[in-house]
Design a protein around this ligand. Structure first.
Ligand code: FAQ
Length: 327
């Protein structure tokens, strides 16, 4: 057992040195933290921030692909895309539930998204201009998401780690359907090949930005790694993604829009050109092509869903009253 810390006058755990050291020992021993366990306030806040932003990314991430459901070129493609977009919605819901175990409500998290206080992934602020973008999102955006999320299955916070296991299984189907779509286009007409290359040219750099700032500029990585929330640094995951993805792109006959992309025998990985971090921060701070549309769409959905939330609440209250009366 470990020290629970002292309970202060406000009812919160006072974070004595003993308590923090004991908590770190639990981390070092790879123990899972569960919702009712005592935890440092910083650990709780870090998880609420990361899981909340992750949930928002899944929900906002439905929009770029949702844009193409009515224009899918065949029934098979439409069915796969519909299933994928629904999966992303489901991921958002598991993640909101995981964050709720840390004492924050879905309403609070949604308000933070709509007010611009909470972030969501930069990648979803780019427009989907052609059908090839749907293949590229599955192959690269889901591919990057998996690379980042597989280690999160071992996150020290139990509810997040468990949610990630199912999410990763579904993301892996998404990545496969995206790559298969790209493969079909790569074997198609010259116009289809050109459409695929154009999509790669637009999405490659934003996908590399998904992993977050360079390690030296990452605010939270060191602490999150000590708490076993993150298992790898942003740059390490970005490198793994590049190394796994470049041969897949070459198989499709594509050219990556980076003249400095080159295999480095000595390091056993690819070297790449500089990432435009000014663009990244501009997009994160609301200046991307689609930021305003994305938040407007989410606000409309939240406002128009108010009656559903109210009806569900009244139904739940009535059921509870009936249960109490029967007891
Ligand atoms: N976009 O100190 P760090 C998906 C922010 S899911 C926007 O390195 P951290 C599925 C960061 O929040 C994609 N902001 O931060 C799908 C922080 O700001 P804050 C989402 C970013 O947390 C596929 C600041 O920069 N995945 O794609 C970004 O240690 C297809 C400093 O950064 C997750 O959320 C960014 N790209 O590391 C859906 C996975 N990067 O919070 C639909 C879970 C960084 O202090 C279709 N999250 N920032 O205001 C994580 O692993 C981490 O949170 C990182 C960032 C790696 C994203």
């Amino acid at each position: 057992m470990y020290s629970q810390g002292l309970i202060g006058a406000d009812g919160r755990t006072e974070e004595t040195e003993d308590f923090l050291a004991a908590f770190q020992r639990r981390m070092d021993a790879e123990e899972k933290i569960e919702p009712n366990d005592a935890m440092p306030e910083g650990y709780r806040r870090t998880l609420v921030r990361q899981i909340g932003q992750h949930a928002h990314s899944e929900i906002v991430g439905m929009l770029p692909e949702g844009n193409w459901i009515t224009r899918a070129p065949s029934l098979k493609r439409k069915a796969a895309l519909l299933a994928k977009v629904q999966d992303e919605g489901g991921h958002g819901l598991y993640l909101y539930s995981a964050a709720e175990t840390l004492g924050v409500t879905r309403e609070q998290m949604t308000e933070e998204l709509l007010s611009g206080k909470a972030k969501y992934s930069s990648i979803f602020n780019y427009p989907t201009l052609s059908w090839a973008d749907i293949g590229i999102i599955g192959w690269l955006v889901d591919g990057a998401a998996i690379m980042n999320q597989i280690p999160l299955c071992r996150c020290s916070y139990g509810p997040y780690a468990r949610a990630m296991i199912r999410v990763c299984r579904e993301e892996s189907f998404h990545q496969r359907q995206g790559y298969e779509l790209c493969l079909t286009l790569s074997r198609g007409t010259e116009a289809q090949k050109a459409m695929l290359q154009d999509a790669l040219d637009r999405w490659w750099w934003p996908c590399l930005m998904m992993f977050g700032p360079h390690d030296g500029d990452s605010l939270h990585s060191d602490q999150s790694m000590a708490w076993k929330i993150k298992r790898f640094s942003n740059d390490d995951l970005r490198q793994k993604f590049i190394d796994a993805t470049v041969p897949q792109g070459e198989y499709l006959g594509l050219t990556f829009p980076d003249p400095e992309l080159k295999w480095n025998e000595e390091k056993g990985g690819y070297d790449h050109g500089p990432i435009d971090w000014e663009e990244f921060w501009r997009v994160v701070k609301g200046g991307g092509q689609m930021n305003r549309d994305r938040i407007t769409a989410r606000k409309k959905a939240w406002d128009e869903g108010a009656w559903v939330r109210e009806a569900a609440l009244v139904h739940a209250e009535k059921r509870r009253a009936r249960q109490l009366a029967a007891e």
